[in-house]
Design a protein around this ligand. Structure first.
Ligand code: 6GU
Length: 246
């Protein structure tokens, strides 16, 4: 049985979308993973096929009904047994490479895409849903977030990137010292529009190239991601001397 993604959404036609192309798309055609998107509205029971209702306590917007959402989850769990149920919401814990790795290593995932103001909290708790966000900005729905999460998982599946993903991943997390941003990349020509590639990269001195790249990674991380840099300093400070001096 290959890795299986089940999507619960009001817009099933958004899937596989971009994941039907390129690397993920070829892996999908080969059967390395599968995807099924089901319309949440198909679980509505009234004649107007209602999926939402007004919020208790008042306020703007609508809330997704617990009965309809729960029926959708029950259907998904039957067809994708053992897969964790993830609810994509800006209220969730931030998605990181640790969760991506964990999800990619399992049987697959069930993704519930929120719309409106959100889903009735009782279904979230009753079904043990994991609430996940993809960043500090607001999307109009969980669907683009689901595509982000799936892309990150699929590239880690065995055979999808031919080992390149795991190799790159290991260097990114650098022996448990926490990730750094990558150094910048250059290709031919050595001079383009009067702009030269850094001399060290064409020098043929491999050790100097490695030192230059490490310095560039550090500079970019300190400047753009002080949070990651602090984490690295903390981890280095906590590590035994024999480990850090290597
Ligand atoms: Cl998962 N959903 C929505 N609607 N907005 C988001 C998000 C999710 N993650 C970040 N912003």
């Amino acid at each position: 049985m290959s890795w299986r993604a089940t999507l619960l959404t009001l817009f099933p036609e958004m899937f596989p979308g971009p994941l039907g192309h390129s690397l993920a798309g070829r892996a999908l055609s080969r059967g390395s993973w599968s995807i099924e998107a089901r319309d949440i509205r198909s679980f509505a029971t009234d004649k107007h096929r209602t999926v939402d209702d007004t919020p208790f306590g008042g306020g703007a917007g609508m809330v997704m009904r617990p009965d309809v959402a729960d029926a959708a989850c029950a259907w998904a769990q039957e067809g994708n047994p053992g897969a964790p149920l993830v609810y994509l919401t800006p209220r969730g814990r931030p998605l990181g490479q640790d969760l991506v790795r964990e999800l990619a290593a399992g049987p697959g995932v069930i993704l519930f895409c929120g719309r409106y103001e959100g889903l009735d909290q009782r279904v979230i708790e009753a079904r043990g849903m994991r609430e996940v966000s993809v960043g500090d900005y607001v999307l109009s729905g969980g669907e683009p977030a689901a595509l982000v999460l799936l892309d990150a998982c699929v590239r880690l599946l065995p055979g999808v990137m031919g080992g390149a993903a795991s190799a790159e991943e290991e260097s990114f997390s650098a022996g448990g010292r926490g990730p750094l941003l990558e150094y910048p990349h250059y290709t031919r020509p050595a001079e383009w529009n009067g702009l030269r590639v850094p001399d060290v990269l064409v020098s043929g001195h491999h050790a100097e190239v490695a030192r230059w790249r490490a310095a560039q990674s550090e500079a970019a991380t300190r400047e753009r991601r002080p949070d990651l840099w602090r984490r690295r300093e903390e981890l280095d400070g906590a590590a035994p001397a024999a480990y850090t001096s290597a």
